[in-house]
Every structure is written in C-alpha cells, then in structure tokens.
Ligand binder design. Structure first.
Ligand SMILES: N[C@@H](CCC(=O)N[C@@H](CS)C(=O)NCC(=O)O)C(=O)O
Length: 204
C-alpha cells in the first residue's frame, strides 16, 4: 500500500482528499515535528531532500513529492477527476493547478521559515508574503465561475486544494469577506462527508 508521509494541518491533507476521491488506499504516516531537527526530520530527508510533506512512497518503492505531481499521476488512472484531456477546461485545470503550487504555496514556505532567507527581516518577509498571497487569492477569485466546484458541477482534484487552503493564512473569515466564490467552493468541498475525518484529524 502507498505510504503518505504527512503532518496534521499540512498539505498532506490535500493529497489524502485526492486519494479519497480516487478511491485509492494509502497508509498515512504522521511525521509531525519534521520541520525541526530530530529523528522525524532525518527520516524524511532520506526520502525527500527538501524535507517537505507530502512525501509519497509508491508501491514499487519509488518516491513522489509535490502535490501537483501526485495529482497529475493520479489522473493517469482516474481521468474523471479533472476536465477531459484536450478540452479548454483541462488547459485551465493545468494552469490553475501549477499556478497554485508555483505561486501560492511558496508564500507559506517563505513565511513559515523566513530565517532561511533573512537574518534580520523575518517579520517583514512574513508580512510581505502574507500580503502577496492575498493578492494572488484575489486573482484566483476573478477566475472562478458559479460553482459549486471550480469546474462547475463536477469536483476535480483542484478543489481539494481550496478545501485545505481556506483554513491557512489569511484564514476563513478573510476568504468569506474578500473571495466569496473561492470560499463557497471550498465550503462545498468541505461539506462532503467523505472528507470529514481527514479535515477534522488535520484540524482544518
Ligand atoms: N510544492 C510543494 C510544497 C509542500 C510544502 O511546502 N509543504 C509544507 C507543509 S504544508 C512543508 O513541508 N514545509 C516545510 C518546509 O518547506 O521546510 C507541494 O505542492 O507539495
């Protein structure tokens, strides 16, 4: 069975939701504390030199990291979890998926671990990346339609990101007020019973 290395509240929860949608079995391995020196971190670094979660060990023993790579891999066997290949909507799916992980996700990396980049400006880096993320989310809001999901009636792997991310900075009340479409999509995903255990275990 695939092993998913994760920690409560982290992006591993996004992959858990993807697996549930796909009906894939996995074993969740809690590596809480992975971002502090210690045995959890040492073990994770053996698998993923970035020391990040999610880190996935596939059945053949190979390692796959990066939520977007995991999503695209899943689509090979579960094409129904994105708009049809070759369609204009599929192109948008690729765009928004990569846009999220390439632009939004790093703002958390800089804000959560500012000391890697600055010795004296940690607070400024955290504040500026927080502000930048809000601009990014406002753009994403402008891309959304009437819902209930990002691509209309059919849930896709992209929706799982929104379900987790609205619990992260700038938190749900900001989304509700400033990005009502994004908030509504995320709530529709979160309301799905199949995700309740994951969201509650991850305190999301
Ligand atoms: N681009 C990666 C980002 C993963 C990521 O940043 N995960 C966070 C937890 S939510 C993490 O492991 N942070 C620790 C670090 O960056 O050192 C992905 O999409 O999987």
């Amino acid at each position: 069975m695939m092993k998913l290395y994760g920690a409560p509240g982290c992006g591993s929860a996004i992959v858990e939701m993807m697996f549930v949608l796909a009906g894939e079995q996995y074993r969740w391995i809690n590596v809480e504390g992975f971002d502090e020196p210690g045995p959890q971190r040492d073990a994770l670094l053996e698998l993923n030199p970035l020391g990040q979660v999610p880190t996935l060990k596939l059945d053949d023993g190979s390692i796959l990291t990066e939520t977007a790579a995991i999503a695209l891999n899943l689509l090979d066997s579960h094409p129904e979890l994105a708009p049809p290949a070759g369609s204009a909507e599929r192109q948008r799916f690729h765009h928004l998926l990569i846009w999220l992980v390439a632009n939004v996700y790093p703002t958390f990396t800089y804000g959560d671990y500012p000391d890697r980049w600055t010795q004296s400006g940690a607070e400024e880096l955290r504040d500026s990346t927080n502000r930048y993320r809000q601009q990014l989310y406002l753009w994403l809001e402008s891309q959304l339609g009437h819902g209930p999901y990002v691509f209309g009636d059919q849930i896709s792997l992209l929706d799982t990101y929104l379900a987790a991310m609205i619990s992260w900075r700038p938190r749900q009340a900001w989304f509700e007020q400033n990005t009502p479409k994004l908030y509504t999509v995320a709530q529709a995903v979160r309301a799905r019973e199949e995700f309740h255990e994951i969201l509650s275990r991850n305190e999301l």
